[in-house]
Design a binder for this molecule. Sequence first.
Ligand SMILES: *Cc1c(COP(=O)(O)O)cnc(C)c1O
Length: 379
Amino acid sequence: MKTIIEPFRIKVTEPLKIISKEERRAALQKAHNNVFLLNSEDCAIDLLTDSGTGAMSKRQWAAMMLGDESYAGSPSFHKFEKTIRNITGMKHIFPTHQGRAAEGILAATRTKPGNIVPNNSHFDTTRANFEFVGTKALDLICEEGLDNAKEAPFKGNMDIEKLEATIKKHGRENIPFAMITVTNNTSGGQPVSMKNIRETKLILQKYDIPFVMDVCRFAENAYFIQQREVGYDGKSLLEISQEMFSYADAATMSLKKDGLVNIGGFLVCNDDEWAEDFKNMLIMREGFPTYGGLAGRDLEAAAVGLMEALDPAYQEYRHATVEYLANAMDERDIPYVRPVGGHAVFIDAKAFLPHIPALHYPGIALVNTLYIEGGIRAV
Ligand SMILES: *Cc1c(COP(=O)(O)O)cnc(C)c1O
């Protein structure tokens, strides 16, 4: 078996306190059995999310010092823009303070009450942003994506037939755009194939419907395509990402994911009219278009992080950590969503704890037990 070690050395440490089981029990009680309300200092191993929680590289920290904090036209923005244009090929690039801010601008400017936006699966913030403005967020995940135990290479795919049926049923005029989320976070971090992205594009093109991608884990998805899809094993992660983006008309991103930074997001598009709407809303909600709610140093760190996420050694290591955990679960017969996704192992709590009825919340029971027994904060 090939051994994969971390492709980095650790330069800074953060002290970690391990409290006793009794203290954890008391902390959880004080948090009303809701791990979101715990103090992070009371969580020895915090697996709540990887969103914005990672350590930055020395190149990112070095870039932070180059941050130019001018209100308008900062060179830090130009680096940010150039990097994102290289990866996405998009004409218009807007920074935002998080992914959900990009989604909020998209929902407010490009949808009307009563509209429908299909997606493979909407992330919870995406769904909330659409529902808030009266737009219906529709999930059209493929058949195998609905079966937790089934092994399939691309369980995050869009159901192409359901997509076309939805367009025919509701009418093109009620669908301002359709989306695909890579990787499909809501369905367990499952990847989407290039073939599925291409087929989605063809259907949307046929009905003249724009295609927006939620690309929070674009590098991770590119890695899955490289590993699993015929014709892509010789291509770099950057080339695969560029092809993915070539099918999209616009995209939203949380830089807290594959931007490898602690805060940030972006909204990109090709259409000039969309860009004008985005820009006006951005100025009201986020900031001037060359900083969009971020500091110059944040833009610098993200420009470096986006390229580092495309480093094959990093992706290989990342996937190895998830597989390591999955193998340990296999040895103990713990049921989880198969195969493991890109950024987490999703335990099937209902199957793992069959003696706990659904309305007694097996998921919460598992999360709370993990915390009390192991000091692990899961979600
Ligand atoms: C994290 C995430 C978002 C929201 O991004 P934030 O930066 O947390 O606002 C949207 N979509 C997907 C798929 C995500 O993983």
